[in-house]
Design a protein around this ligand. Structure first.
Ligand SMILES: NC(=O)c1ccc[n+]([C@@H]2O[C@H](COP(=O)([O-])OP(=O)(O)OC[C@H]3O[C@@H](n4cnc5c(N)ncnc54)[C@H](OP(=O)(O)O)[C@@H]3O)[C@@H](O)[C@H]2O)c1
Length: 341
């Protein structure tokens, strides 16, 4: 069995990890931590876990977690917090799967600009592997520190990657417009997330300055092997979970939808969790909620010069905890789909 600790178990991604890992045949949950005033059973925090996991969730103290003989630590912690803990587990030989942004951006100066704090463990950036299995499965196999991708970047990069990899993208800006449900912002209370603010409402936010812009650029540049021109705008929509992403990509030359569908199916043929829809079908959030799938649909502008790619993911699954477990499966040589739906 793989013994795991979940740090940040009282958050949305932490709870999702618990839900997934309770059904994972090769995993035993050994430790849960949060920032609680006093230890509490996780089933008291989340009554849905009564009788399934009554383990006490404790304050995060590295030595106490290490006593539980863990193999893997999932850090479902806010950015800047993960950074403090990841090195201490890594230095003790543990596999760290960090759901925060702290080890995703290779350039610490960009991290500092977008996340507003100094990166105090730059030396660990070199060993971190960006945990998007559809692109980096081989690197993930040998990784000890996995920087689990952000939710918007997952939906965005998977939508555009095949076009960039095949060098079909022209000089126009790549425009990505994405809409997320409210769990994407975490469980901590905030005025803008109150029911009265979110229900029957929709809004763009952090336009031009969202912290996922450099992450998406980093990955798209890497696939294209040059700088891409990106415009990314996120929106908050009145859903609990799910992200719908629409990417508008100018092409070097006109094409047709069946050709693009063939290209995408071929690009993702080894990717257990990417579904490319057939001609005419576009994914909806409800197609993927509560699953680790990314569903992709393909359309063209009337002049056939712009591909319009729509992707749907569940932000807590493929956008976070499902992907984290997928990465753990790869590290341990398990079938990638083990414990995931
Ligand atoms: N939500 C998503 O869809 C999503 C998707 C991809 C990536 N992520 C990333 O995943 C991470 C977790 O996200 P989330 O949405 O699960 O956040 P969340 O709901 O706010 O949960 C954060 C967790 O971290 C704990 N925590 C907060 N500050 C801490 C500290 N100083 N020391 C120890 N524990 C602390 C919290 O404990 P208390 O409950 O006791 O405060 C809680 O368990 C974030 O970095 C986020 O950006 C989230």
């Amino acid at each position: 069995m793989i013994n795991v600790a979940i740090c940040g178990a009282t958050g949305y991604t932490g709870l999702e990890l618990v839900r997934i890992l309770l059904n994972h045949p090769k995993v035993a949950i050994k430790a849960l931590t949060a920032k609680l005033d006093k230890p509490a059973k996780i089933s008291e925090v989340f009554p849905e876990l009564y009788g399934r996991l009554d383990m006490v969730c404790e304050e995060l103290v590295v030595n106490q977690v290490l006593k539980k003989k863990i193999d893997v630590v999932f850090l479902a912690l806010p950015h800047n917090v993960s950074m403090e803990y990841a090195p201490r587990f890594l230095d003790k030989g543990k596999v760290v799967i960090d759901l925060s942004a702290d080890f995703r951006l290779r350039d610490a100066r960009i991290y500092e600009k977008y996340y507003g704090q100094k990166h105090i463990y730059k030396n660990y950036l070199k060993q971190s592997v960006y945990g998007l299995p559809e692109l980096y499965k081989n690197r993930i196999k040998g990784a000890r520190l996995i920087a689990n991708p952000g939710c918007y970047p997952t939906g965005s990069v998977l939508a555009v990657a095949p076009l960039l990899a095949k060098n079909l993208v022209g000089k126009d800006k790549i425009i990505i417009d994405a809409k997320s449900g409210v769990t994407g912002a975490g469980r901590r209370a905030a005025l803008y997330l109150h029911f009265g603010e979110v229900a029957e409402n929709m809004k763009a936010y952090k336009v031009g300055v969202h912290q996922h812009i450099p992450e998406i650029e980093q990955e798209l540049n890497g696939i294209a092997k040059k700088s891409v021109n990106l415009l990314f705008t996120p929106h908050l929509v009145p859903l609990k979970r799910g992200i719908l992403t629409t990417a508008y990509v100018g092409l070097k030359k006109g094409t047709d939808v069946p050709k693009l569908i063939r290209l995408y199916k071929s690009f993702y043929k080894q990717s257990a969790f990417v579904k490319v829809y057939d001609d005419g079908s576009l994914p909806q959030v409800q197609d993927v909620v509560n699953s680790n799938y990314c569903a992709i649909g393909i359309a063209l502008s009337p002049d056939k010069r712009h591909a319009i790619i729509v992707s749907a993911i569940d932000n807590l699954q493929k956008g976070a905890s499902g992907q984290a477990v997928q990465n753990m499966n790869i590290v341990y040589g398990l079938k990638e789909t083990t414990g995931l739906v």
